[in-house]
Design a protein around this ligand. Structure first.
Ligand SMILES: [Zn+2]
Length: 79
């Protein structure tokens, strides 16, 4: 899935490569980090509560030259 074509680094004009920030969930399951609307709210059972919040899957672009990271949260994944 591509949410943004290859673009140019705003800092050094190097090439931006698509990737994602790894998040470890239940049973060390790997996932792409999600963007959650609002302030983090502690939940006794789940660490942080995300119920009723807007949740987006994210893609993070990395500059191959200087390492600058730029994230996009565009794909709603619900709760
Ligand atoms: Zn750069």
């Amino acid at each position: 899935m591509s949410v943004q074509p290859d673009s140019e680094c705003p800092k050094c004009r190097g090439r931006m490569q698509v990737g994602y920030l790894l998040e470890r969930g239940h049973g060390d399951r790997r996932a792409a980090a999600a963007w959650i609307e609002g302030e983090p709210e502690p939940s006794f059972w789940q660490g942080l509560k995300t119920t009723g919040r807007d949740v987006f899957e994210t893609r993070t672009y990395r500059c191959a030259k200087c390492g600058f990271l730029e994230s996009y949260a565009r794909v709603g994944i619900g709760d």
